[in-house]
Design a protein around this ligand. Structure first.
Ligand code: 6PG
Length: 468
């Protein structure tokens, strides 16, 4: 009976597609789902891959079906369900077996689970998987944490199922403990910023310029052939071109403007704040989703204040929009990678930033041409304190930031919300201002709280002549 190479629990969309991917790459996989009928349906739809899949109807059967040492992927809803599965697995697994959590876990939970399992003889891998349904089936980007040794035991299968970028697998071990899930969280934070900035430009084209969805889709389709080439721009063009079968209207017009979120964006911001690293574009993107949820309040406020106005004589602004989006993207990625660099230091992970950029070049949701440039920049300028100071990015940002400035200015004048792009610009402007204004903040702090300040002309802590 022990003939599967690996097991998987949770045949939801991601789990079933990952299982088919594993079977397709020649590995025998044992699968289990709490609801029996789901396992039966999955097997009925597995086609010829069925021969390499062992359906199991209990956790004990699943364990018995896998050749030891047993790797078991858990692909269930993040949070408590993962802990429940671990508890169920503990009695049926044995020394050396590996539990792999492939969901979008909070890395603190991963660290906790890892240490809770230490001493049981079982090991734990927290693994970020990106690429949605399609990626899971045909090649996701895989970010592995946990011990190097446990990764070595599953490396073959993970490499086989991962996306390939010009033949290179988009899968890597990134560091101990929660490193894989942390990197996946930041991937999602960047995804939030990317999506929000695209939506802001869509807002300018729709509300500022009064363009129809299909025409806007054409703009994105054109941009997808240039420097913005990416999966998110590609699907944006496709989404804007699609019609609703029920009404015949562009489908984007009948979708309620209220965005969902499951937590990874918010976790990115919390971790950035805890580490003391600004991630303002990601933060703005998370806040924009929250504001989007206040539909009724927004409708009421529009009645009171009026909504955004039109941008007239925008001809010259259209080419600017592409560059503005690019500049915003550079700033958002600079922030995301700075957070990873900070976490790497704090948790002693030694995160390989160039490798992370490389394994994001294919398979994941933020895959893009840009990530290739980013990987090269990290390889060439490993000592740059921020992506904004890597030579290749200095050139690109010098070209793009004036356009971001013009676009943000016109949008602000018209009352078009641009939280992520304007935060990206403010971050850039703050970063490049040699003499800032916090001398005043220091004076204020000293005035009301005697907190002291540094002088530009003498060492040590000083106080002002406030006379209070
Ligand atoms: C991915 C996606 C995936 C998921 C998002 C959606 O990398 O494949 O990021 O993980 O679809 O988590 O997240 P929200 O529901 O929070 O937008």
């Amino acid at each position: 009976m022990e003939n599967a190479d690996i097991g998987l629990i949770g045949l939801g969309t991601m789990g079933s597609n990952l299982s088919l991917n594993i079977a397709e790459k020649g590995h025998r996989i044992a699968v289990f789902n709490r609801t029996r009928s789901r396992t039966d349906d999955f097997m009925a739809n597995a086609g010829e891959l069925r021969d390499r899949i062992v359906p199991c109807y209990s956790i004990a059967d699943l364990a018995a079906a896998i050749r030891p040492p047993r790797p078991v992927i858990v692909m269930v809803q993040a949070g408590k369900p993962v802990d429940e599965q671990i508890e169920l697995l503990k009695p049926v697994l044995s020394e050396g077996d590996i539990i792999i959590d492939a969901g979008n876990a909070n890395f603190h939970d991963t660290v906790r689970r890892f240490s809770e399992l230490a001493g049981t003889g079982l090991t734990f891998i927290g693994m970020g998987v990106s690429g949605g349904e399609e990626g899971a089936r045909h090649g996701p980007s895989i970010m592995v944490g946990g011990t190097r040794e446990s990764h070595a035991r599953v490396e073959d299968v993970l490499t086989a199922i991962s996306a390939k970028y010009e033949g290179e697998p988009c899968c890597a071990w990134l560091g101990e403990g929660g490193a894989g899930h942390f990197v996946k969280t930041i991937h999602n934070g960047i995804e939030y910023a990317d999506m929000q900035m695209i939506a802001e430009i869509y807002g300018v084209l729709r509300d500022g310029f009064g363009m129809e969805p299909k025409a806007i889709g054409d703009v994105f389709a054109t941009w997808n052939k240039g420097r913005l080439n990416s999966y998110l721009i590609e699907i944006t063009a496709k989404v804007l071109a699609a019609d609703d079968p029920k009404t015949g209207k562009p489908v984007v017009e009948i979708i309620l403007d209220r965005a969902g979120q499951k937590g990874t964006g918010r976790w990115s911001v919390i971790e950035a704040q805890t580490l003391g690293i600004p991630a303002t574009a990601i933060e703005a993107a998370v806040a924009a989703r929250v504001i989007s949820g206040m539909k009724d309040e927004r409708l009421a406020a529009e009645k009171v204040y009026g909504g955004p106005g039109r941008i007239t004589s925008y001809g010259a602004l259209i080419p600017d929009l592409e560059l503005a989006l690019f500049a915003g993207k550079i700033a958002a990625y600079a922030q995301g990678f700075a957070v990873m660099a900070g976490a790497s230091k704090e948790f002693g992970w030694g995160l390989p930033l160039a490798t992370i950029a490389k394994i994001w070049r294919a398979g994941c949701i933020i895959r893009s041409q840009f990530l290739g440039t980013l990987a090269a920049a990290f390889e060439e300028s490993a000592s740059a304190p921020n992506l904004l100071m890597a030579p290749a990015f200095i050139e690109m940002m010098k070209e793009a930031h004036p356009a971001l400035r013009r676009v943000v200015a016109r949008a602000m004048e018209a009352g078009l919300p641009m939280p992520a792009l304007s935060s990206a610009l403010a971050y850039f402007d703050g970063y490049r201002q040699g003499r800032g204004t916090s001398n005043l903040i220091q004076a204020q702090r000293d005035f009301f709280g005697a907190h002291g300040f540094e002088r530009i002309d003498a060492e040590g802590a000083h106080h002002g002549p406030w006379g209070n």
